[in-house]
Design a protein around this ligand. Structure first.
Ligand code: SF4
Length: 184
């Protein structure tokens, strides 16, 4: 029997809570349930250094290339425990025992990963195998500074086909300026 993970709370966003390299669960107030985070920056590197950043030990830099098969293995194993196992009962408080989203969000900027497109493709395939496409949200939380890169554009294209959402971090600009750049 695998060791019981600690019971999750909305205050605990420890990336190591599941003992995995890239995949970590959080109970998210934002999502109203469990969010499965995918941390492409286990080296805690970001191309920005915001003064309010809460990543402990943040360094300037980029994500290392991700071992896509390794990440796939972690995600499959973890989703098996969530979808077919008793993870929700074991580790999640009552009232939050629902899988809400899979989010690229970790200890740095996810789009600095040079094989970002391959990662998104693989995650999409895993979600499809669990019949989760369209059932849970697929979210990218990004500072938006690298959307011009070809691998990022390809990844965003894949996310669009999976019904994904991109949440850009906006630090400045007036209400009117933000509205003028909004689509539609
Ligand atoms: S973009 Fe996000 S991860 Fe990067 S420094 Fe700013 S707050 Fe931290």
């Amino acid at each position: 029997m695998p060791p019981s993970p600690p019971r999750l709370t909305t205050d605990d966003h420890d990336r190591a809570s599941a003992g995995l390299t890239w995949v970590y669960p959080v109970v998210s107030r934002r999502a109203g349930g469990v969010s499965v985070g995918i941390n492409l920056n286990p080296n805690r590197a970001c191309n920005w250094r915001c003064i309010y950043c809460q990543v402990p030990g943040l360094v300037r830099g980029t994500a290392p290339p991700v071992d896509v098969e390794g990440l796939e293995q972690e995600l499959r194993g973890f989703l098996t425990d969530v979808v077919h196992g008793d993870f929700l009962v074991r580790a999640v408080p009552p009232g939050a025992r629902v899988l809400r989203d899979v989010a690229f969000s970790g200890d740095g900027e996810p789009t600095t990963c040079r094989n970002f497109d391959r990662v998104v493709e693989k995650v999409g395939r895993v979600l499809a195998d669990f019949d989760l496409v369209g059932q849970v949200a697929l979210v990218l939380i990004t500072n938006g500074s690298l959307v011009h890169r070809p691998e990022v554009l390809r990844g965003l294209d894949q996310m669009g086909r999976l019904g994904g959402e991109v949440w850009f971090k906006l630090d400045g600009g007036s209400e009117a300026e933000r509205a003028s750049t909004a689509p539609g």
